[in-house]
Design a protein around this ligand. Structure first.
Ligand SMILES: [Ca+2]
Ligand SMILES: [Ca+2]
Length: 231
């Protein structure tokens, strides 16, 4: 079975390195007005038996927007809310006690972006995988820092707003706490999937499409939205 999230994870370092160069080019935000009334792609409802799965909510404000093209749906300062629902019965396949791999544990991922209270983006995706890292070296864009992180990816769009006319059938979400040693991140205490992400201090949402392979943001990805807790 094709597993795009495995490829996504493998390319994460490259993607983040590219992100740094794009940020330094000032390609962050463009001050465009929100696009109202965009159509969404409605698919079959995600099968989620009542009472099954654990749902975790998160919220924040967008701190950076990187896009190869025009990002009409996202702007620095927009609010982002969302949730992920996972199957707690899925076993960790990584024997490392500080790293977790949970294939197909993701049941549902939803995000909503609002500007001045008005919805500018909405997406819900279904099945995907989840990974965790406890007390790990932070990504290349945060050199020297230590992070706890949970990330997930799905290629199962259920109800998503297009971006520049492209249906984002690939999604990647990372929620992390990064700190500078000797401090230690306390967002995760082990490699379990977190059920409370209130201690996070940085998040990243990527949207893409399998039709966009070869994109400089990584395989298929064209939009990167970074966010952080509201102060
Ligand atoms: Ca493990
Ligand atoms: Ca930790």
């Amino acid at each position: 079975m094709y597993k795009p999230w495995a490829r996504i994870t493998a390319c994460l370092g490259v993607v983040l390195a590219v992100s740094i160069s794009l940020l330094s080019c000032g390609d962050v935000g463009d001050g465009q007005e929100p696009v109202a009334g965009q159509p969404t792609m409605a698919g079959p409802p995600n099968p989620l038996p009542p009472g099954e799965g654990e749902t975790v909510n998160f919220s924040g404000l967008i701190t950076a927007v990187l896009d190869e093209f025009t990002p009409p749906n996202f702007r620095v300062g927009d609010s982002i809310t969302g949730s992920y629902t996972f199957d707690p019965a899925v076993a960790d396949t990584d024997p490392n006690p500080n790293k977790g791999q949970f294939p197909d544990a993701l049941i549902r991922l939803s995000v909503t972006v609002r500007r001045n209270g008005n919805e500018t983006y909405r997406g819900t995706w279904g099945e995907g995988s989840i990974s965790t890292d406890n007390d790990d070296a932070a990504d290349p864009d945060a050199p020297g820092q230590v992070q706890d992180q949970v990330s997930m990816a799905s290629d199962d769009p259920i109800d998503v707003t297009p971006v520049d006319g492209v249906i984002p059938d690939l999604v990647f979400l990372q929620i992390a706490q990064r700190v500078s040693p000797p401090a230690q991140p306390t967002f995760l205490m082990d490699d379990a999937i977190p059920t409370d992400v209130s201690a996070y201090n940085t998040g990243e949402l990527r949207l893409g499409s399998v039709a966009l392979s070869g994109n400089p943001f990584g395989p298929g990805f064209r939009t990167i939205i970074r966010f952080a807790p509201a102060q």
